[in-house]
Design a protein around this ligand. Structure first.
Ligand code: SAH
Length: 215
């Protein structure tokens, strides 16, 4: 059984208050992040830092995104219940769980087998009904999605992901090598000229890498 003590719940409410003060206004996002215990998605050794606004080390040399980043990306998605969401970079599964809590049908891809194995099992055990895939998120996943969220730094906008986004849909993607600019792309039509691109500041993500790595 996973524990969620009063102390952890208190720290979590504090985290959400900080997000609110930091400019997150979407009440559904704030509620979801109050409800999903972030400490369940990181190793025991880092438990004490679970509700600080920082990225933390997870398996396979990757990181769980900062709470403020998860909040910002979730808010930019402007989700409505039951939307089909494609997530690239499952990692710890925390962002995945927040999207599930927001009522999305989540399809999530991870390229590291170690993380895929561990996180798909964890999400299932915790009752989050995300569909997890091991593969190359640059290629996406056959289907048509209302929303696409990329949680690793992409060197360019992956063409397959834009093709899999339905017209009227939104992609939230950190673009760039080294540092990234957070973009929200609203696909108003198939042609590139019909993509509305808005910018939301600078972030630092682990890179999106090619192919899948089987270890
Ligand atoms: N949302 C996650 C972020 C983890 S870091 C969390 O908060 O825990 C980004 C993740 O993207 C890493 O786990 C990394 O292995 C994965 N990743 C990088 N390139 C990828 C690709 N091409 N396809 C799928 N996942 C990828």
């Amino acid at each position: 059984m996973m524990q969620d003590s009063y102390i952890q719940q208190g720290l979590r409410r504090g985290m959400v208050e900080t997000l609110r003060q930091g400019g997150i206004t979407d009440e559904a996002v704030l509620r979801a992040m109050t409800e999903v215990p972030r400490h369940w998605f990181i190793g025991k050794a880092l438990d004490a830092y679970a509700y600080d606004d920082r990225a933390l080390q997870i398996d396979c040399d990757q990181t769980i995104s900062r709470p403020s980043t998860v909040a910002m990306q979730s808010q930019l998605l402007a989700l409505k219940p039951n939307m089909k969401v494609l997530e690239i970079g499952t990692g710890s599964g925390y962002q995945t769980a927040v999207l599930c809590r927001l009522g999305a049908q989540v399809f999530t891809i991870e390229r590291q087998k170690g993380l895929y194995d561990r996180t798909s099992r964890l999400l299932k055990e915790l009752g989050y009904r995300a569909k997890c895939f091991l593969g190359d998120g640059y290629q996406g996943l056959a289907g048509s999605y209302d929303r696409v969220i990329v949680t690793c730094g992409a060197p360019e906008i992956p063409p397959s992901l834009m093709a899999q986004l339905r017209i009227g849909g939104i992609m939230v993607i950190p673009l760039g090598e080294g540092e990234q600019e957070m973009l929200r792309i609203t696909k108003q039509g198939e042609a590139k000229e019909q993509w509305l691109v808005e910018k939301f500041g600078t972030y630092s993500f682990v890179p999106m890498l090619d192919g899948k790595q089987m270890h």
